[in-house]
Each structure stands twice: as C-alpha cells, then as structure tokens.
Design a protein around this ligand. Structure first.
Ligand SMILES: Cc1cc2nc3c(=O)[nH]c(=O)nc-3n(C[C@H](O)[C@H](O)[C@H](O)COP(=O)(O)OP(=O)(O)OC[C@H]3O[C@@H](n4cnc5c(N)ncnc54)[C@H](O)[C@@H]3O)c2cc1C
Length: 378
C-alpha cells in the first residue's frame, strides 16, 4: 500500500485526496492534515462582509472525506522534511511515498505598520464580523479598500467587495465614496489594457475610483501614507500582504520568489516525490506575469497530481498535466457577475478575457460552490 501525505485541506488538498481515493482507493492510503476543521470557498467573505450570508452557512466539515476513505487529521503541521518525504504533525513524524504541499498563502498584516490598529482585514474570516459591523454602522464618508501587496488571492475579489458595498449603501441610502488602491500598475494586470479600462469604467460608473501604482508605506489614524501622498479614510478595509506559510518557508521548498517554484505542468518541486499546488506556489506565465492565486487552479493542480500519482503507483508513465485553463467570477452587484477566463499557460502569451456581466455567470458562481459541496462532502 502506498501512502500519500497531503498537507493542507483547502481547495488543492481536498481535490487531491478525493481524486486519489476515486482513482486508486484500494492501492493508496491518503492522509490529509489541516488545523482548520472546515472548508469554505473564498467568496463567502464577500457575501459575509455585506451581510448577505453568514460565514458559517458556507462551511463544510472536511472530516466527512472519511466517507471515501481519506484519513483526515485535524492538526498543525510543525515541519516539512522534503528530502525524506515526511512531515512533523502535532509532534509526530509521518513518513510517506509522496507528499503534496497544499498549504495556501499566509496573510501578513504586520508587514504594514499601522495595519492591525487602523484597518479591517477583509481577507481574514476572523475579522469579517467586525468589518461587517463597521459597514452596517457607517453613516457616510470615505471608504478606502487597500491592497497592500501583490500577489494576493483572487485578484478581482477586492473590486467585487467594492461593488457589493456600493450596492449595500445605495439600498440603505448611505452617502459614501469608495476608492480602491493597488501597488500594481493597473487594477487587474492579467487582463489587456482595454479590459482593465473597462473594469475601471464599470467601477467608476458606480462612483468607485481606482488608483494603480499605489504602494502604501504605512497607515496612520485616518490616513494611508504613500511615498508622494496620503489618502484619508473614514473606514479602511485592507488586503494585507501575502507570503508562503512559515512551515513552507522553513522547509527549503521556496525559491527566490518566496513561493514554491514548481514545474507548471506537473506540479513537481525540486525534491523527488514532493509536489506543491495552489496558493503556496508561483507559476510564471509566458508574459512574465504570474498565475493568479485561485481555488479553481489549486483544485486543478491537485487533480493533476492525483492522476500522475495514480499512474506512477500503477507502474505507468504519468501523462496528466495542469492545463492552466479556467477562470474566476467577479460579482458586480444586481445579481450579476463577469468572468475572467482563458488559457493562462498559453504561449507566447496568456489568452485571457473579461466577459460581459450577466445573471448566467452569477448563477454559475453559485453552482461553483454547490458542485464542490456535492462532489466532496455529500
Ligand atoms: C475574498 C476571496 C474571494 C475568492 N474568490 C474566489 C473565487 O471566486 N474563485 C476561486 O477560484 N478562488 C477564489 N478565491 C481564492 C481561493 O480561496 C484560494 O486561491 C484557494 O483557497 C487556494 O487553495 P489552496 O488549496 O492553495 O489553499 P487554501 O484553500 O488556503 O488551503 C490551505 C490550508 O492549509 C491549512 N494550513 C496552513 N498552514 C497550516 C499548518 N501549519 N498546519 C495545518 N494546516 C495548515 C489552512 O488551514 C488551509 O485550510 C478567493 C479568495 C478570497 C480571499
């Protein structure tokens, strides 16, 4: 019996575990470790922020994967030993035939002076209830949504939040300006200039201003400080800088980018039998930009690794490859969504487009979640 140790039970880890059990259930022992007991799609934070639905309504217990034979352990990964295909979990060393690192990205608010004192962390589920309350009690004024580092998860999410907050305020009759700043040159660098312009105009039609090339230096009471200017705020909602989780950084798996640099098609790391998938990794695209951090891609990478391992364990040459084809939804209010989609690994340049907004894409977004619930947890 082969043993696969999967570190992290988010999008990538669950997809790997489920697919392995589906394909070669009788030949493989699958251990899945996560300290968090539940799975939740990222966009649940947008809905909870504007009071549309509480976070709890989107949480599914991952130990229900035991139903398909996955050994789910709720525990902390203390160390990864890639050379030995092993990890230390709650003090216990677990040895495996293959290790899949799927530990996501860590939020690092302390990298920005003043963040914890003055900003609401809209990417941290623990801070969402406080941010929701502040928005509910907001009587009017200047709301600033700040992106404090790149790369960050789901690039359109802060813009989606801006649109949903605008809609909430409009319904409540709250007079507010909403501004979004980013350290990147444009709002969504993966898109063409024309598509970025169309996103910016769509935001502006709703009174939302966007500022590129704005790398914040610090936050003071009521002001975000940049090199050449300050932006005042009455309410600051922040996306903190991201980095690879400490246990990954300490393992020797990360490269000069600070992320795990993998073979983009096979998700292999430089250590034999050790794979890395999802937000902990960095894939550089043909145009030198990087693959956006998205749940769908983490899932697709996980399924690729599972298919390859199934072949290897069956004594066959592995053929599965990560295609890089997919996208994510960008909700714009009024029950509509746009989609950013395409082939991100296309040569000589990614072929990525922004669709028009429609109710159909919104419905697809809802289905994105319910499909995964049905596949993995029911
Ligand atoms: C607001 C928002 C909206 C989003 N919307 C979308 C969307 O519409 N579509 C989309 O595709 N993506 C979306 N995303 C992005 C998506 O959530 C992430 O890209 C995805 O979760 C990455 O999957 P992953 O498996 O790499 O990591 P994660 O899903 O983050 O899983 C990593 C897991 O590792 C665990 N872990 C980390 N360190 C340890 C440790 N030391 N010990 C034990 N466990 C540990 C964590 O608890 C976590 O469960 C959104 C994200 C946000 C923030």
């Amino acid at each position: 019996m082969q043993r696969v140790l999967i570190l992290g039970g988010g999008f990538g880890g669950i997809a790997t575990a489920h697919r392995l059990k589906q394909k070669i259930g009788d030949k493989v022992e699958v251990i899945l470790v996560d300290r968090r007991p539940y799975f939740m799609v990222g966009f649940r934070k947008s809905w909870a922020l504007v009071g549309e639905s509480p976070l709890e309504a989107g949480q599914k217990l991952i130990d229900s994967l035991a139903r398909v034979g996955v050994d789910v352990r709720q525990a902390t990964i203390d160390a990864i030993h890639p050379q030995e295909k092993a990890a230390t979990v709650d003090g216990e060393r677990i040895q495996a035939d293959a290790v899949v690192v799927a530990l996501g990205a860590e939020l690092n608010p302390s990298a920005v002076s003043g963040f914890s004192e003055h900003a609401y962390n809209i990417y941290d589920p623990n801070d969402i209830p406080r941010a929701e309350k502040a928005l509910n009690e907001f009587k009017g004024g200047r709301v600033v949504i700040g992106i404090f580092g790149a790369p960050y998860k789901c690039p359109p999410a802060p813009l989606e939040m801006a649109m949903l907050i605008h809609e909430k305020f409009r319904k409540k009759g709250v007079e507010a300006t909403i501004e979004v700043f980013t350290p990147q040159p444009v709002t969504l660098p993966i898109l063409s200039e024309a598509s970025c312009d169309s996103v910016d105009s769509r935001l502006l039609e709703n009174g939302i201003r966007t500022y590129g090339h704005h790398k914040a230096l610090s936050i003071e009471a009521g002001e975000v400080v940049f090199e050449k200017r300050k932006i005042g705020f009455d309410l600051l909602l922040g996306v903190p800088p991201h980095r690879a989780p400490a246990v990954v950084r300490d393992s020797g798996l990360t490269g000069p980018s600070g992320w795990v640099e993998i073979n983009p098609r096979t998700c292999e790391t430089s250590f034999e039998g050790v794979y890395a998938i999802g937000d902990s990794t960095q894939i550089v695209l043909a145009n030198k930009k990087t693959l956006p951090k998205a749940g769908l891609f983490a899932e697709m990478m996980g399924e690729t690794v599972a298919d390859r391992l199934a072949d290897v364990f069956n004594g066959r040459e592995p053929t599965a490859q990560f295609s890089g084809e997919g996208g994510c939804y960008f909700e714009v209010g009024n029950g509509e969504a746009m989609m950013i989609k395409g082939n991100f690994l296309e040569e000589p340049a990614p072929a990525v487009e922004l669709t028009e907004s429609s109710k159909e894409f919104y419905d697809q977004k809802i289905k994105f979640e319910t499909d995964r619930w049905a596949r993995w947890f029911e």
